[in-house]
Design a binder for this molecule. Structure first.
Ligand SMILES: NC(=O)c1ccc[n+]([C@@H]2O[C@H](COP(=O)([O-])OP(=O)(O)OC[C@H]3O[C@@H](n4cnc5c(N)ncnc54)[C@H](O)[C@@H]3O)[C@@H](O)[C@H]2O)c1
Length: 379
């Protein structure tokens, strides 16, 4: 067994939503060991959490600048090799850039940055660094999402005509109607989240899913947002019409005020021969429908699945794997890249996905602002 990859963590403290997903995922395939980090800007809370999860206190730093400075003093064979950036959005860019500039690999949460301009700067820094950069669009790690991608590549559903991706949540409903409460949420603060709440937080996942599964690029889009209140600067709901390569048309629907909805990411892809339907809340079922045959259901772990899909399954068919495993698959792909091993296209989302994600977010905001006009995306 090769030595474990020394992982540092920025953000993702005990008070966070996503920290536990990354910590568990990083351990699942036995590739990483968390050796240090800065989980929280409050040093006391930072250390208390490190104690709780048993990370040595001498590698817990008061901020990310100190982490980089102190880690660079260590011999290379002890130093953190890769850092996971799990903070609110506005810190992704400064953290990821400084890490890459100083020779660390980076695993970064989405949205990659807060602007397209930052994303392009980060892309340059990444190229220059020669280091690995993985973006955690978690849902691309699901075996059945990977299966969809591989089957589409092989022409299983024929020429694609229409794509319909939806990401509906309801949690902001409990917050948005109260002015005071609204000001306590970083996702509704443009200084911390960037220019969009709903599209930036979850619409971008749906966008990534559309491009990941179809292999096609969105060329232009038209969006219509809902802010619900005049004094709320951030979208909490939006519908986006998309035009893709190959004359494919579609829609991305995203909401944080879909009352009662939990984490409702789903996608339907309609081709000339058949169509796919997949839902995040039931991730082990991939539905294939056609006009001439009964509906088929693909499930993980069966030999009929593609290599990319099977590589993301650890147990025999019938043992449900879920969101932790999906994120673990992204960590697994990143580990292969960090170790200089061969890995397949699609094993983890990349810098290019991050740049396109930021392009998508800004284009949707621009379209809505300009009274719902068509806006072109970069090639
Ligand atoms: N991939 C996914 O499916 C997914 C899901 C949820 C969140 N996210 C992304 O993950 C990121 C974090 O989201 P969250 O919901 O966990 O946020 P959160 O507010 O729950 O947690 C943020 C964490 O960052 C820490 N933090 C804040 N400032 C810091 C600093 N200066 N230095 C070190 N740590 C700091 C906080 O103490 C906290 O532990 C966001 O970018 C979000 O978009 C991704």
């Amino acid at each position: 067994m090769p030595k474990k990859i020394r992982l540092g963590v920025l953000g993702g403290g005990g008070d966070s939503l996503i920290g536990v997903l990354h910590r568990v995922a990083s351990h699942i395939n036995d590739n990483y060991e968390i050796v240090g980090g800065c989980f929280n800007p409050d040093f006391k809370a930072n250390k208390a959490f490190a104690r709780e999860i048993d990370v040595p206190l001498n590698r817990i730093y008061s901020d990310f600048d100190t982490l980089i400075e102190e880690e660079l003093k260590l011999p290379e064979n002890e130093r953190i090799e890769v850092c996971s950036v799990l903070t609110p959005n506005f810190l992704h860019f400064p953290m990821a850039k400084k890490l890459l500039d100083n020779g660390f690999h980076v695993i970064c949460e989405k949205p990659m940055t807060t602007t397209l301009e930052e994303a392009k700067i980060l892309q340059k820094a990444h190229k220059k660094s020669g280091k690995v950069f993985a973006l955690t669009h978690t849902y691309t790690g699901y075996p059945m999402v990977r299966q969809m991608r591989e089957m589409i590549k092989k022409g299983a559903i024929g020429k694609i005509h229409k794509v319909d991706a939806q990401y509906y949540q309801g949690w902001i409903n409990e917050i948005i109607h109260d002015k005071k409460l609204r000001s306590t949420v970083w996702r509704l603060d443009p200084k911390k989240a960037g220019i969009s709440s709903c599209m930036g937080d979850i619409g971008v996942h749906a966008f990534n899913m559309v491009e990941y599964t179809t292999g096609l690029k969105v060329k232009s889009l038209l969006s219509d947002f809902n802010y619900l209140y005049k004094d709320n600067k951030m979208d909490v709901d939006g519908t986006v019409l998309i035009r893709m390569d190959d004359h494919v048309k579609g829609v991305i629907r995203s909401s944080q005020v879909a009352t009662g909805d939990e984490n409702g990411l789903s996608i339907s892809i309609y081709g000339a021969k058949a169509s796919f339907h997949w839902e995040q809340e039931n991730p082990n079922f991939l539905y294939v429908k056609s006009d001439t045959q009964p509906m088929q259901v693909y499930k993980p772990g069966h030999a009929y699945n593609s290599k990319l899909s099977l590589d993301g399954t650890k147990l025999p068919a019938g043992h449900p794997e879920g969101i932790f495993d999906s994120m673990a698959n992204i960590y697994l792909g990143a580990a292969k890249a960090i170790r200089g091993k061969r890995y397949n296209d699609g094993e983890f989302p990349t810098m290019e996905d991050g740049v396109r994600g930021m392009n998508f977010i800004e284009a949707t905001v621009e379209s809505n602002k300009k009274k719902n006009i068509w806006v072109k995306m970069m090639k």
